[in-house]
Each structure stands twice: as C-alpha cells, then as structure tokens.
Design a protein around this ligand. Structure first.
Ligand code: EPZ
Length: 431
C-alpha cells in the first residue's frame, strides 16, 4: 500500500491549479445513463472514484471512451442498458454508485443497486432516496444486500416513474441529485422541497437542462421538474473542486506561505474564506477564477460549525482542524452533518495536537508543536487534514493508507511539491 512521506516546515509558495470537482463529475457521469445519445463530460478529475464510475457504467453496458487513463475527458454512450445493476464489488469501493439508481429508474423503470452500507464517517443511510422513489411509484425491496426497485406495469420491463411532491426530511446532496435525475423523465411534474443547494447540484441542473430537461429553482431549496419523454446528448464541463480549493487555502495559511490558486470558483468558497479570514489569514480574490492566500502573520482561534451549503462544508472540517492546532487559542469545532467524522483527531493527537472530542464537538487548544509520526488515513478528507498537519510537523510524517486520498485529490503530491512542499509517495507492497 502506498504511503506519503512528508518532511514538514516548508512554506508553500507559487501557483496551484484546481482540478474538476469530484462530486460534480460523479453525478454528471451517472446522468449520461439518462439518454441513448452521446454525452461528453470534461474537466473530470483524474482520481480513483471517477475510474470506478467509468467501470460501473461499462458494467451496465454503456460504452465509455477515454483517450488516456486516467482521463479528464469521457465520452459515454448508453443506447441500450442491458445490465441495470450496480454490483457490490464496485459499490463497496464508492458509495456514490448510488447515483446510478435515479437515472436507471428514470430510463428503464427497473434497477438493482447494492446497498452501500456504513462507512468510516457514519452510517450514511439512503432511506431518503428510496422513499422519494416510492412516492414516484417505484416498488422497492431489499434482497441479498441489494436494493431492487421497479415501477410496476410494462411486464418484465419497468414502467415510467410519476411526478410527485417530495419534501426531503433531511438535506441530502446525492439524494437531491438522484431524485432530480429520476424526475427528468417522469410523467408529469415533480416538486422537491428541502433540497441541497450545493454548487454540485446546480452544476448537475445546468447539464440536465442542456440535455433537454425542464427544471426550475436552481440554487434554491425547492426544485420543480417537468418530466420530458426523452433527453438527448450533450457536452458538459464540470465546475472546479471547491474542497480541493479550500484544502489549498488552508495549506497556504497553515504553512505561512503565499499561494495563488487558479482555475477555481471563488464564489463557492465564501464560508471557508470568511472563516480563514477570521483566523487572520489573508485571502484575496484576484479575479473570477483565482484566489491568493498568504499566511505568516499571527493566526488566532475561531469556532467553526459544519453546515450544508452555503455554510462551512463538512468536507473541509478535517483540514480546518489541522489549522486549529496551529492557531493561538481554543477552537470549538462542531460537526453537524456526519456522526463520526473526527477520526483524524486521534491521529493529530499522536502528532502532538491538543484536541478533545466529545460526541459531535472537538475542542482544539493551540498552538501545538506537532512532531512527525506515522499516522493512518481513515477517509478522504481526514487524509487531507493529516497531510496539512504533516506540512507543519517537525521531522518526518508517514501517512499510511493514502488510497483514501487518491479517491478524490488529483496529483496532490505533485501539486504540493511544485509549491515547495517536501512530500513524496512511497510505493509499498503488502507482504
Ligand atoms: C455528499 O454525500 C458528498 N458526496 C460527500 O462528500 C459530502 O460529505 C456530503 O454530501 C455532505 O456534504 C458526493 O457528493 C458524492 P448527504 P452524501 O446525503 O450525498 C443523512 C467527500 O469526501 N442521510 O448529503 O452521501 C446522512 O447520513 C464526501 O467527497 C440520511 O439520513 O451525503 C448525513 O448525516 C464524503 N438518509 C446527512 O443526511 C439519506 O437517505 C447528509 O448526507 C441520505 C442522507
């Protein structure tokens, strides 16, 4: 298994270019299942989750074409989907496989998708996806660990979903995306309330509209979708990754560096920028796609609570915790989205951080002198938090299980090295 070796203490300077958003690219690829025509998706980040999504679509009999591997451009054609199934082997490595359920139900009225099960950050049920599909006329059964969904009528084939009025009990990002995609081909109008307003949801709406979908309410909690008979092919470039952008903003601040971050979308960073500015980091918007962060001055504690967009993203909580270990004073970090997303805290404590965790709250006393240690990555964003801690720790930090980070950060080692970090990937073999 690969590891990262980091020798901390270098201020990051220079320019880093942001890749496409993983969490936009995943639903964009799944949306290609909604049409028999050709869909080209660009700005796909070269990360493992997108390779997995490509494999999943291929498993379903879609033709997925790339000119290199990993690729940033995908062409997907799904004229016939003979295998409306997401198998356990793929779903277990990527929960976002559930995003194929909505498109399959919309297009075929039948689907078999492995239940994702829990993961390192919490139980993560999909009950809200399923109850919404039931409201749209699907019958759902659980069998052998699989969700078996079918719209009755039309014999062995499934029938057509019906428009419905759905109020999500909780805000769910992939739940909103799944039902949005399902509704595009349903009979009649669907109204979705209490929807996620993440930029990735809006990006999906933009793409679906290019495919012929009729959707209103972008960026609000209420979406109205009028189902159409069929969707057509399109070409779409996904938005920049706001979590990668935020991670590099923290990298610049925590190392006392001076980083220019290009190819990003500053308006998606408002909560992170405001919080980092509150700690004393200097962040300026250079232009519509560029941010510049400068550290070096005194940084002070600021409490942070994770929220749905436009609040501070749970996907930036571990990175913020790394910063909180380095600022003057006590930061209270409250995680409201997932019940078990502080796994990185115990690893940071092993590096010398002063953190106590109680339930959904973590109290971080700073500044702490971190010392290089061997630590384990437990999930994607926890790994990013540990990399940031490693960048300021004295001596050598070894991060184990970096396959987590490879799921979602394109070329993180190369990007950090180009900005002056002393980090390398060590290829390991399991004996
Ligand atoms: C998306 O996950 C992201 N994944 C996650 O990114 C992100 O952390 C999360 O949204 C929150 O922003 C993708 O977009 C592919 P949710 P998702 O449904 O959609 C509960 C990363 O590191 N819930 O919005 O799975 C759930 O348990 C990651 O890139 C139900 O109870 O998250 C959680 O407490 C990991 N029932 C809350 O809602 C449901 O049916 C929000 O989860 C669905 C969700």
């Amino acid at each position: 298994m690969d590891k990262f070796l980091i020798r901390g203490g270098k201020a990051l300077r220079g320019t880093v270019a942001i890749s496409g958003a993983k969490n936009s690219a995943l639903p964009a690829m799944a949306a290609a299942l909604l049409t028999a025509e050709k869909v080209a998706v660009h700005n796909i980040p070269k990360v493992r989750d997108l390779i997995t999504m490509g494999k999943l679509l291929t498993f379903m009999d879609a033709k997925v074409t790339v000119t290199e591997m990993p690729a940033s451009d995908y062409v997907i054609e799904a004229p016939a989907l003979n295998h409306a199934e997401a198998p356990y082997e793929l779903v277990k490595t990527m929960r976002a496989s559930i995003l194929t359920l909505g498109p399959l139900m919309a297009r075929l009225g039948v689907a078999r998708v492995s239940l994702p099960g829990g993961c390192a950050i919490g139980a993560r049920p999909v009950d809200l996806h399923l109850s919404a599909l039931e409201k749209m006329g699907a019958e759902i059964a659980m069998s052998h660990g699989y969700i078996e969904a079918k719209v009755p009528g039309n014999g062995a084939k499934g029938g057509r979903l019906k428009g419905a009025h759905i109020v999500f009990e909780k805000i769910t990002v992939t739940g909103t995306e799944n039902i949005l995609m399902a509704a595009t081909l349903a009979d009649g109008e669907t109204v979705l309330e209490n929807c996620a307003r993440e930029p990735e949801v809006t990006d999906l709406i933009v793409m679906l509209r290019k495919m012929g979908a009729e959707i209103a309410g972008d960026g609000t909690a209420t979406l109205r979708i009028r189902g159409v008979r069929e969707l057509h092919g399109t070409e779409h470039s996904v938005i920049p990754d706001r979590i990668e952008t935020g991670t590099f903003l923290v990298a610049g601040a925590i190392t006392g560096g001076d980083l220019t971050i290009t190819n990003c979308q500053p308006e998606h960073q408002a909560a992170v920028i405001a919080k980092l500015q509150q700690t004393g980091a200097s962040i300026i918007t250079v232009d519509q796609t560029t941010l510049r962060v400068r550290g070096g001055g005194k940084l002070v504690a600021a409490d942070m609570t994770t929220e749905e967009y436009p609040g501070f993203a749970t996907d930036m909580q571990a990175q913020y915790m790394a910063l909180a270990t380095q600022v003057e004073g006590t930061s209270l970090i409250t995680e409201t989205i997932f019940e078990n997303r502080f796994m990185h805290a115990s690893e940071m404590i092993r590096m010398g951080a002063n953190i106590s965790v109680e339930g959904r709250r973590a109290v971080v006393h700073g500044p702490a002198v971190l010392s290089g240690s061997t630590v384990q990555a437990s999930d994607l964003r926890a790994s990013a938090g540990l990399v940031l801690a490693g960048l300021v720790a004295s001596g050598e930090t070894v991060i184990d299980r970096v396959y987590h980070i490879d799921r979602g950060y394109e070329g993180i080692v190369e990007k950090l090295r180009a900005a002056g970090a002393d980090i390398e990937r060590v290829h390991g073999t399991v004996l």
